[in-house]
Ligand binder design. Structure first.
Ligand code: HEC
Length: 359
């Protein structure tokens, strides 16, 4: 099974025979050693009998290790210091971070414009870890190849970890890695690439997720996957079977969620504008988006979920009631009530995810 699309494959001859960029991006061990050295030197100087501090206090010295040991991967990430960085926007893209010459993290490309921006970055392979089926054809027309590998918010499963590392090894760099907004799942998959292709250590990779892309603390499962999984050997990824699908159709709840999420996003932006049409997206209509949301919320996905989860249907009912209230308020042009209903929709998303999706 080869990753490279036929046009690129012909030019390359043998499959993906590129040399990995093995140069470490940032050598954290060296930096940590330096910090340790500075800390030890500080303690020695504070404790030495000749020092002013010790002489003046004349009592017990405060232990240097007052900071508690991290208990979560997210906390571990917080202990690594990185220079501040912000994501950039490009036409049809947001949250773009060029992490190395191999790996770029960012949002889902919006339409042709977004994919053209990705192509402009020199990208050869686009990895989507979002549920929505990507526009692989449009990407191909721009000389890029999609690999669609949806992951969940809980963690990256072992077979997904293998498939991702295989993709990074056998497809053509540079890679653009995205989910929906480029904040949680996409950066986690990009971290797999940083570890696999750039030899970034796990601490560096999770620190980039936290400090740069802003992956939320509640997705501890994503952080700990990166921290605890070893990068598999080249021979094991070579032996692993993965067909590099350009598109995988989501089913069940995930399919409804891809539509719900996009309607919710549009409504969020319109709510911010006081429900006035968005100058940048004049085609977006609040009523239309609320109707899409209602249609998806009305479908029977919680009752049909496999396995049947206790409480899921109740959460869906709460969300559905809020979505109907939003639509009715918009139809009555009661904009204050619409904003209040939107907040209820928003908290229903969070409440259900907290219980049924994130852990
Ligand atoms: C009643 C529960 C419930 C409600 C309400 C709910 N979700 Fe979800 N959502 C889920 C579950 C469960 C999943 C995980 C589905 C899976 O991976 O199979 C999910 C997944 C998602 C995903 C990931 C889709 C993907 O790419 O795989 C997004 C995005 C999302 N939800 C957005 C929203 C938004 C926005 C709202 C509110 C407007 C919302 N959800 C309301 C339960 C819910």
């Amino acid at each position: 099974m080869t990753c490279v699309p036929s046009a690129i494959s012909a030019a390359h001859g043998t499959l993906c025979a590129y040399v990995f960029g093995m140069k470490p991006f940032t050598r954290m061990p060296a930096r940590q050693l330096l910090c340790l050295f500075v800390a030890v030197a500080a303690v020695i100087s504070a404790c030495s009998s000749g020092s002013e501090n010790a002489a003046s206090s004349g009592t017990k010295t405060v232990p240097a290790a007052a900071v508690p040991a991290p208990t979560t991967a997210w906390e571990r990430a917080g202990q690594v210091t990185l220079p501040a960085r912000k994501g950039t926007d490009m036409p049809g893209l947001h949250n773009v971070f060029v992490l190395s010459k191999n790996i770029i993290s960012g949002s889902e490309p919006h339409g042709r414009e977004g994919l053209a921006s990705v192509a402009k970055l020199g990208v050869k392979t686009v990895i989507s870890v979002d549920g929505q089926v990507p526009d692989a054809e449009e990407a191909r027309a721009l000389g890029m190849r999609y690999v669609h590998l949806p992951i969940q918010y809980k963690q990256i499963a072992q077979d997904e970890w293998m498939a991702l590392t295989k993709t990074f090894r056998e497809c053509t760099p540079p890679f653009y890695v995205h989910c929906f907004h480029g904040q949680h799942r996409g950066p986690t998959a990009a971290a797999v690439g940083r570890r696999t292709l750039d030899a970034a250590n796990a601490e560096q990779a999770i620190a980039e997720m936290r400090h740069w892309m802003g992956t939320a603390q509640m997705y501890e499962g994503l952080y700990s996957t990166i921290l605890t999984h070893a990068v598999p050997s080249a021979s094991s990824t070579a032996a692993f079977t993965f067909a590099f699908p350009e598109a995988q159709r989501p089913d069940g709840i995930a399919e409804h969620m891809t539509h719900i999420a996009r309607a919710h996003d549009a409504l969020k932006a319109l709510n911010k504008l006081g429900w006035k049409a968005d100058a940048e997206h004049p085609d977006l209509d609040a009523g239309n988006e609320a109707r899409k949301l209602v249609a998806q919320m009305d479908a029977n996905w919680a009752q049909d979920a496999e396995p049947l989860l206790a409480g899921l249907a109740d959460e869906q009912r709460t969300a559905t009631t809020a979505a109907h209230a939003l639509l009715q308020s918009l139809e009555k042009k009661d904009l204050a009530a619409a904003s209040a209903a939107f907040l209820r929709v928003d908290s229903s998303c969070k409440a259900c995810h907290q219980q049924f999706r994130n852990h």
